[in-house]
Write a protein that binds this ligand. Structure first.
Ligand SMILES: O=C(O)C(=O)Cc1ccccc1
Length: 310
């Protein structure tokens, strides 16, 4: 079977740029899909070995469709993390001027990131959402519902569109974080610069439950880089928490923190341990070193087995 990788297309999206960073995906078949659900379906059904999906934007925050899909579809694992700088231009069919623009087609996350520019420069515009940044631009050839589209700058190299305005992002440093998701698989080995992602629910009707969840990490010296609540969906006021912790599940302090969460949470999903995109080594204080946990465990085992205390 040839290895296929799924990504949000069509060709030219930021998601494709993220997949281009994956060495093992080069020279393999890439399957363009219309949304995160389709991408993950490909992985679950075995059609693809992995899918690249956007999980967080530095301006818009977590991509809720992705976080909810990862919480609801069992057996998925994040195996890698990739960052892509995102910039946008406003494009239109040739001959259009900014004054002609009444309706703008844009992916919702792209729209949220260009909202200030659009409100200042096109105060009366309407918005049609698209499935991706490239789909927004291509819609201009398919129908005349929109007069312009928010798209990646490279779009004009491949399609006969005109740029009406450049650099329309509200924040020039916007970055999107993508993850490569695969089926339950062998863990990527620890590199010293890893991240562990979980989703955990809190026990009901317990004051301080969120604090207790966070304590599992703080008392083992594990730093968190993401904590986001998402509604579970079965009743108002019930949330699950998406957590990224510094370190790998084979690091003793991370393993111990996960055991703590497992004992306490009615539902914990392990999403994976994988190398950080920035390859920055995880920092922690020496009292949480692997050896400290191992020594304490050996001490306990010795006590239980009746060996003399060392
Ligand atoms: O990958 C793309 O180009 C997308 O359409 C998804 C997206 C939207 C906004 C910022 C980054 C990725």
């Amino acid at each position: 079977m040839s290895e296929t990788y799924s990504y949000l297309g069509p060709s030219g999206t930021f998601t494709e740029a993220a997949l281009a960073q994956v060495p093992e995906a080069q020279g393999k078949e890439w399957h363009s899909v219309n949304n995160v659900g389709e991408a993950l379906d490909d992985v679950v059904s075995g059609r693809s070995v992995a899918a690249m999906i956007a999980i967080e934007n530095s301006i818009e925050g977590g991509v809720s469709a992705t976080q909810d899909a990862l919480a609801n579809i069992p057996g998925l694992r994040i195996v890698g993390e990739y960052l892509v700088k995102v910039q946008f231009v406003l494009v239109a069919r040739p001959g259009t001027t900014l004054d002609d623009v009444r309706v703008v087609n844009a992916h919702p996350v792209a729209y949220a990131q260009t909202r200030k520019w659009l409100d200042v420069n096109l105060p009366a515009h309407g918005h049609i959402p698209s499935t991706s940044n490239v789909a927004a631009a291509l819609s201009l050839f398919e129908n005349d519902l929109a007069d312009a589209a928010v798209a990646p700058p490279q779009i004009v190299q491949h399609h006969a569109l005109e740029v009406l305005a450049e650099n329309i992002s509200d924040n020039a440093n916007a970055v999107t974080r993508f993850v490569l998701v695969s089926r339950n698989t062998v863990l990527p080995p620890a590199t010293g610069a890893d991240k562990t992602s979980i989703i955990a629910e809190l026990p009901d009707d317990r004051s301080g439950a969120l604090l207790e969840l966070l304590e599992q990490f703080s008392t083992r010296g594990v730093n968190l880089s993401l904590l986001q609540s998402r509604p579970i969906g079965d009743a108002l006021g019930r949330y699950r928490f998406v957590i990224d912790a510094d370190g790998h599940i084979t690091d003793e302090r991370v393993a111990d923190a996960l055991l703590g969460v497992r004992r306490f949470s009615p539902n914990i999903i392990f999403l994976g341990s994988y190398p950080r995109a920035d390859r920055a080594p995880v920092e922690y204080v020496p009292r949480y070193d692997n050896g400290v946990f191992v020594e304490a465990r050996d001490w306990l085992r010795a006590l239980v087995s009746g060996e003399p205390e060392s």
